[in-house]
Design a protein. Structure first.
Length: 438
């Protein structure tokens, strides 16, 4: 979208820079290589780097900033994918890039800014061990240093963006942390954070219009048998359920699940995640339950990330591309939760936090055990569609263009099923103005 790469292309020859190699952010170097890019990921905690390196999720480890960029440039010139962990602070890395006029095409951050003063973000100029001692011994000084580093981080990104870098907030509350550190300049309206920030959340710019508005989101499953063979069988079944020629999103997800085994994505439980829309999730779920019924695999637990179409209300991430003023409300997650309860999901949760932090998000999640029974088939047909399309409806009512077309298509194809969505009637701004003037 941002670099002029064709839909069937990849990111070979392009540079992505970010920070964080922890629980969620550790996927960044692996993702960069899968996409064909060269990725440099800064991390202050050597133990996190060692974990990701031993898993094979990051290829190179460097301690020196010039070496990180030299190595990256080597792979960029060869148009080969590579991932590089830089053991150090991202702010030092970015300030070096600014000073030496090094171009960075794609830039983000995935440090734990939802807990920025509790250790989720490390001040520049000190080691990770020094950071830990300072956090314990002098939290006020730690907070002061965090704010100072966040301000430096902002100015480095601002300079790079002015040179053509595309920066996006990764949904980790990074820009909110910068605002709270006193940088009011990052506020879009210049007054407060209520209208968002000058740079986009990736939900505003990417996830919302390209995925959530169509109903695509993180459909998950866990093979409760613990057998890797079961996971391989479910991968194959899921791939057979996807028509790669339907949309570009389907092609991406077909390729993802096709290559999942080769990309060695499992680091613990025999589990998988695959972005699908409402009918895609239902089709795969019913296929899995049939496989359990036939004894081809053991029981399977279905679920999804809270970072989804309908599961979460958060004006700083999941609902940041809902522009009708309802993005600050928690009704969607609550209704998703209640509807899943009423429809018989195995496990239903409503909780605060997640990703952007406590007080900034409400999440409604579910889990559904496929035991092979026809009872589960009935629940899946009712609940899976509700779980997704409630969010598409909300986005349609906010007049999101892709959600509007998704709802129209849904109503055209589901007219006989009884699963209809109320479509908004869009008023003419010109007509409204003339009526108000009268």
């Amino acid at each position: 979208m941002k670099l002029g790469v064709p839909a069937d292309g990849d990111l070979r020859g392009h540079l992505f820079v970010s920070s964080g190699l922890g629980g969620m952010s550790g996927a960044q170097p692996k993702a960069a290589e899968i996409a064909g890019a060269v990725g440099i990921i800064a991390e202050v905690d050597a133990s996190r780097i060692e974990t990701r390196h031993s898993q094979g999720w990051v290829r190179h480890v460097v301690e020196d900033i010039p070496e990180a960029f030299r190595l990256a440039n080597e792979y960029i010139e060869k148009a080969e994918p590579a991932s590089i962990a830089y053991h150090g602070n991202i702010v030092d890395l970015l300030e070096y890039a600014v000073k030496h006029n090094i171009g960075i095409e794609l830039l983000s951050d995935q440090t734990s800014c939802h807990a920025v003063y509790e250790g989720g973000y490390c001040p520049a100029g000190i080691t990770f061990e020094e950071r830990t001692r300072l956090l314990h011994d002098d939290p006020a000084e730690f907070r002061r240093r965090v704010d100072d580093t966040l301000r430096r981080h902002f100015h480095a990104i601002k300079a790079l963006v002015a040179r053509g870098t595309y920066f996006f907030d990764y949904g980790n509350s990074f820009m909110k942390a910068i605002y709270d550190a006193g940088v009011k300049e990052i506020s879009r309206n210049g007054i407060d954070e209520k209208d968002g920030f000058i740079w986009p959340s990736y939900v505003e710019d990417i996830m919302g219009p390209m995925l959530f508005d169509y109903g695509y989101g993180p459909f998950r499953w866990v093979c409760l048998s613990g057998k890797h063979d079961d996971l391989v069988a479910t991968d194959r079944a899921a791939m057979e359920c996807i028509d790669p020629d339907r949309r570009g999103q389907d092609r991406d997800n077909y390729n993802w699940i096709r290559d999942a085994e080769r990309n060695a994505l499992v680091v613990g439980t025999q589990a998988r995640i695959l972005y699908q829309d409402a009918m895609g999730r239902l089709k795969i779920a019913l296929r899995f339950n049939e496989m359990v019924r036939r004894g081809e695999v053991g029981p399977i637990m279905l679920g999804r990330d809270h970072h989804d179409v309908s599961g979460t209300d958060s004006p700083f991430r999941e609902t940041s591309n809902i522009k009708d003023g309802s993005n600050v409300m928690a009704d969607m997650a609550v209704q998703c939760f209640a509807g899943n309860c009423a429809r018989g999901m195995s496990l239903v949760a409503l909780h605060n936090g997640g990703g952007v932090g406590i007080g900034k998000a409400i999440n409604g999640g579910f889990g559904m055990v496929c035991d092979g029974s026809e009872r589960v088939d009935r629940i899946l047909r009712d609940a899976m569609l509700w779980d997704v399309m409630g969010g598409v409806a909300r986005r349609s009512w906010a007049r999101n263009e892709n959600a509007l077309s998704t709802v129209r298509e849904w109503n055209d194809t589901q007219a006989s099923s009884g699963f209809m969505i109320t479509e908004p009637f869009l008023a003419s701004d010109t007509l409204l103005r003339s009526l108000l003037e009268k």
